[in-house]
Each structure stands twice: as C-alpha cells, then as structure tokens.
Design a protein. Sequence first.
Length: 438
Amino acid sequence: MGNFSFGDYFKEDAIRFAWEVSTEVFGFDPDYLWPTVFREDDEAFELWLKYVPAERITRFDEKDNFWAMGDTGPCGPCSELLYDRGPRYGEGRTPKEDASGERFLEYWNLVFMQYNRDASGVLTPLPKPCVDTGGGLERIVSLKTDVDTVFGTDILRSLIAEVEGLSGRSYDPKDRQHAPAYHVIADHLRTLSFAIADGVQPSNVDRGYVLRKVLRRAVRYGRTLGFQDPFLARVLPRLVDKMGQDYPELVDAKDRISEILTTEEEAFLRTLRRGGNILSQVMERAQSHSKQISGDDAFKLKDTYGFPLEEILLIAKDEDLGVDTERYQELEIEARERSRAAHKREAQEFEETAFADFAKEKGETVFTGYSDLEHTGCVLGIFIDGQSVTEMERIAESVHEVASVIRDLGDKSGKISTIVNVIREIAEQTNLLALNAA
C-alpha cells in the first residue's frame, strides 16, 4: 500500500502525503514518529524539519536507506517513518541505539528513484524521478491494535489458533522453539492460497518452483509441531472464512486450492519419509562437527533421495548450517559427464537396432501439442529391446514389467502418471498381425 509517482510529484509532496496519512488517517501521535533519511540526502532532511525537530530525524548509510534494482539501473535514497513503541520493546532511545529494531518499528518507506547507476558506478539523474512507497499494512494494524507482532493481528492469529487446535499444542509467542512454526504456517498458507487462486501451480520452474518451495517450508515446520500427514488443507477453511467475503476468488477456488495443497504435501512427505533418516543423520553430523553439510552428503540427498539443492540450502539455513556447494557442484558435473557418456553409448547402440532403421523410414514425428490438446494417431510398430514385436503376449509381458519398475521407482521418477492395470486377456486371443489385417 502507499502512494506512487512517475514523474508527477517528488520528495516534498511524498513526504507531506506520508505525514498526513500517518497523523490524520492512521491517527498516530506525531510525537512518536521518527523519520529516517539517507546520510547524503540533505533535501529530505530539510523537508522533514517542517514536521519534526532535527533530533528526531536519523541519517543512515546506503545499506539501510538507499534502494537499487541491482548493480546497475534506477536507484535512489529512501526515507522511512518509524513508530516508537516505547521502552518495553527495547532500551535504545533512538533508532540507531535500537539494535533489535523492535522498539522503533518501520511502517512506511518512501523510495526516491532519482538516479541511474551505470556499470562503473556513476550516478546520473533521471529525467523524471519517481516515488515508490512501501507501506506495511499489517505492521500498521499491529500498531493500531497494540499487539506485539503482525502475528497477533486478527487474520494471522486466527490461522494460528486453527493450527493450535489441529496440532494439540498451545501457541506461545515467546516460545522460540515452536512459535516460528506457527508464524511460517499461517503466513505461507495465506500466500499459497492466494497464489493458487490466481492460477499459479506448484512446479519445478519459475514462479511455480517458488510456490513449491514455500509449501515445502510450511510442511517442514509443520513436522516440528507433530504433523506427519497433510494438514494445510485443514487450515484452509479458516482462511476462507476470514477473507473470503472480501476476496471471493478464494471461495471459488477453495476446492482446487485444497486439492493442490494436499497433493503437493503428500508428494513431499513421501520424499521426506524416503530420505528422512538420512537427512537427520546428515544434520546431526553437521551440527556436531563443522556446522556445514558436506558436498558429498548434499549430493547424495539430491541424487539418491530427491532433495533439490535449493531445498537442502533452505533446510540448512533454518538450522543455522552451511552447505559445501563447491564440492556439490563438482559431483554434479561428474554425474552430468557420466550421464552424457551413457547417452552417447545408448545412441550408438540405438543406431544398431531395427527400430533405428524403422524410424528413418517413417520420418520425423510432428509435435502438435502447442496447438492441440488432443490428437488421433495410429500405431506403426512396436519394438522391445530394439527388435520388432508382432505377438500381443510378448507386448503384454513387457508392459507388465514396465509397470512393476514404475511402482518400484515411486516418486523418484518425477512423473505424475501411473500404469494402473494391464489387460492380459487380450493376448490370449489376439496377435498384432491379425489386428493389423483387420
């Protein structure tokens, strides 16, 4: 939330708007408001003097009060508004003395994009400077309702209460061991639900992968509260009840959200169960020795048990552990080279099969998936072990073997399809040549 400008107004009006909304709309006492500015932004400092005395305006360095998209591109100084919540949140009497950031709570951030930074680090003024405001809605609510954190606000606290009931464990915001789990689950469930309602699906690429990582983090924290089975969909009705009236798309997509959450949880829980003991051993070893997961252990978790490196890094971060990614990358390259060599051998062996000649004779397959969801085709031939097969009994036996292998692979295959049944009776009365002749 906030106000934005693209070349229309700049610092003077943006600061005025921020002050007016804080004091007249939010109703904050002006005596508790502390502006901050970038250390070199004298213009913003002078503008804030219209509203507060100089001793309540704090200058910070680039780390805290200068925003940039990256190493190059649009950038500029920031000016924040902090609310002094009083000595019960910390003894520091100014923002610079408040090391924890608990007493002086930032709720409003004005980004003054007025420069373009080139590759050499030179700042050039933009022809039309912009204002980008970052307003913390839930922080403002927490200040208005006088609760310690955003997790005490109505919606998030309601979700936490639901998790309490399902887990059978009481929530204590001061419990450093378990309180973070309640916070993560409540926050992540809301994120997941709205993203899925907007059409995002968990996957292994792009935004879908981000969503999958968010879900898996919630599941991991759920296990610390005792959840061994899918549980997020059981918390979902409380979210829909609290927010569905204002966001009807949440109501419309409720069943779809529930199904996707459960399916994703089940898949990840299978992965955790398969490699959970190994993961625990790896973590214990790292905790008691170097505080770092070895590259060999990380690669084994990925290659044998299906834990992506990103997942391992997230788990390690939650446990204050590092990961030897350099050694991991070495093993990844070695595995890739072995795979390439194996594919090369397979390609050479393929050229010596009857199927290779058949494929050359019939020509390339035309892929129509970009334009059609369905297509009709016919079987031109069936090959097993590189040889043409005409008897249905041999085909049925082969398919049955494949089905068994797929069942043994479990989730390692990464596929969502399954061979459910093989109709063997057909083979008893039919062969391929007769079928073709018909």
